[in-house]
Write a protein that binds this ligand. Structure first.
Ligand SMILES: Nc1ncnc2c1ncn2[C@@H]1O[C@H](COP(=O)(O)OP(=O)(O)OP(=O)(O)O)[C@@H](O)[C@H]1O
Ligand SMILES: [Mg+2]
Length: 257
């Protein structure tokens, strides 16, 4: 499912946080959102999933105005791996991941089915988290819990997966593993994914397309090789950098002192 955003404006107080955003996010691709701290990346994801009500503009999911999709249907379609989570205190990892099935329950009286639990088991296994199944979620390390958040989002079986800094607590090996899982989902199951990332090199390796935001506006959108350039990095981050390319033309950013 593709996402189209037209002339979106949003503010928490008087100050405009999202400034006239017009954007197309391609179906079945992994799109990275980059930009300095505080430029509005998390706010943009929260407007797409509907946690924040937009004041002006429209968001279309597969050509349908998001306001015309009811909440329950929307939560079957889109899931978000948040930057921060209000963790339910003493749930086990399994119970926490099962929350991803809530939008799919026929009624609030129904409990989880055998299939729900089977799916949770499979997702925990595929992310190498099955050893934590019975642990209290609160007792996990930051990185372990971040991967559990992805497991919960996958258990929702969304068509659109939004990820807000999904690798911020992960060591490089686990960051590579997590983004490989997401990229496989995108390539094999046709899921549309949007990931806010700060690591420019991970963004370059995994994303099909990159969007650069600054001060609430979209500055650039395009292929990693066209976005990760010396001039753009200087303009957006005031960063001096050298770019090298691997044999496939994938750019890598080396920051210079
Ligand atoms: N609930 C809120 N009330 C008021 N201002 C807010 C609120 N949430 C965020 N902001 C402000 O809106 C701006 C954009 O915040 P947002 O979280 O979208 O930034 P971000 O690009 O995700 O940054 P980061 O890279 O640090 O996560 C920031 O200046 C932030 O302080
Ligand atoms: Mg953020």
């Amino acid at each position: 499912m593709g996402i189209v955003i037209n002339e979106l404006n949003f503010s928490y107080t008087q100050k405009k946080i999202l400034n006239n955003i017009t954007l197309k996010i391609k179906k079945g691709k992994l799109t990275g959102i980059l930009g300095p701290n505080g430029c509005g990346k998390s706010t943009l994801l929260k407007t797409i999933i509907g946690y924040l009500k937009i004041h002006q503009g429209e968001i279309l999911i597969e050509n349908i105005d998001k306001n015309n999709i009811n909440k329950k249907n929307l939560s079957k379609i889109i899931s978000l791996v948040p930057q921060k989570s209000n963790l339910m205190a003493d749930m086990s990892v399994e119970e926490f991941v099962l929350l991803g099935r809530l939008p799919h329950l026929k009624s609030s009286w129904d409990g989880y089915t055998k299939d729900d639990r089977k799916l949770v088991g499979e997702n925990l296994k595929s992310l190498n988290l099955d050893k934590f199944k019975d642990r209290v979620a609160l007792s996990l390390s930051g990185g372990e819990f971040q991967r559990v958040l992805l497991a919960r989002a996958l258990t929702q079986m969304p068509k659109i997966l939004l990820l807000d800094e999904p690798t911020s607590s992960l060591d490089l090996n686990h960051a590579m593993e997590l983004l490989t899982s997401v990229k496989n989902l995108v390539d094999e199951n046709g899921i549309t994914s949007v990931a806010v990332l700060h690591d420019l090199n991970l963004a370059s390796i995994f994303c099909d397309e990159l969007i650069i935001m600054k001060e609430g506006a979209i500055l650039y959108q395009g292929l990693p090789k066209d976005i990760l350039t010396v001039d753009i990095l200087k303009e957006v981050y005031n960063l001096r950098a050298k770019i090298i390319e691997d044999e496939n033309g994938c750019p890598y950013v080396i920051p210079l002192i």
